[in-house]
Design a protein around this ligand. Structure first.
Ligand code: PEP
Ligand code: MN
Length: 260
């Protein structure tokens, strides 16, 4: 297995940027967006905080087929425009082979979502690009299934796979969307050389939980956080309940900067 032989990179160097892993990375931005103006205003807030990576969903895989599905191709156009204007790096989820072919080498980081962790054809296509891939853990995936999904990307020649723990299914209560598997962090750090991010937004489903869960993940040694953030969370077109505002993001950044 290639993942077992992988070395721990101190830096992630893609053809477009370098991630220095000496301090946990923060990737923030909206779940999805509805206009250029909305995304630009969020991007400006990120820039003010020296956050270099913006997440923003364009092709949304929603549980409810009547829910907002993202702006699609128009969304990617807007994303690339905002990137150019503000000089940010952009992360967006791609959900089909066609999208990876079309945008895989244009965006900065490809996100593969939880629903697609088992989509091996999609993983292979992402492996054919030179773009770093954030691979979210499947809803109920074991560690081994997750690592082997990553292996599909590595096997095609793309070594830049970053794992993302985003909460796993729980059937005990529905007060939280999922359960954040904090133990995944030390497990991955101890047993593999993958970098691991934590997404406290999809894990908890509640904005008030995002700050404490981010702090817990940082203390547990994650390599970074992927956080749904909006200037006006209540106006977010998707996942508004779990989206934090910039005041909360500032608290998380402050905490990140306070730990060694
Ligand atoms: C997202 O990041 O907006 C998303 C849909 O995440 P997940 O695939 O983890 O549900
Ligand atoms: Mn979301």
């Amino acid at each position: 297995m290639l993942y077992k032989k992988m070395r721990k990179a101190k830096k992630l160097v893609s053809n477009k940027f370098t991630i220095d892993w000496t301090k946990p990375l923060i990737i923030a931005g909206p779940c999805s967006f509805g206009s250029y103006e909305e995304l630009l205003s969020i991007a400006k807030e990120l820039k003010k905080r020296n956050i270099e990576f913006m997440r923003a969903g364009t092709f949304k895989l929603r549980t409810d087929p009547y829910a907002f599905q993202g702006l699609g191709d128009k969304g990617v156009e807007i994303l690339l425009r905002v990137r150019k204007e503000l000089g940010l790096h952009v992360v967006t989820e791609l959900t089909s082979i066609e999208q990876v072919k079309k945008y895989g080498n244009k965006i900065d980081i490809i996100q593969i979502g939880t629903r697609n962790m088992y989509n091996y054809a999609l993983l292979k296509e992402a492996g054919k690009t030179k773009t770093p891939v954030i691979l979210k853990r499947g809803f109920s995936a074991s560690y081994e299934e997750w690592f082997l999904a990553a292996e599909y990307i590595l096997k095609e020649g793309n070594p830049n796979v970053i794992l993302c723990e985003r909460g796993i299914r729980n059937n005990i209560s529905n007060e939280t969307r999922n359960v954040l598997d904090i133990q995944a962090i030390p497990y991955i750090k101890h047993n593999t050389n993958f970098r691991v991010l934590v997404d406290p937004s999809h894990a908890s489903g509640n904005a008030y939980m995002v700050e404490p869960m981010s702090k817990a993940a940082l203390v547990a040694g994650c390599d970074g956080l992927l956080i749904e953030t909006h200037i006006h969370p209540e106006k977010s077109l998707s996942d508004s309940k779990q989206t934090i505002d910039f005041k909360t993001l500032d608290e998380i950044i402050k905490f990140r900067d306070s730990i060694k």
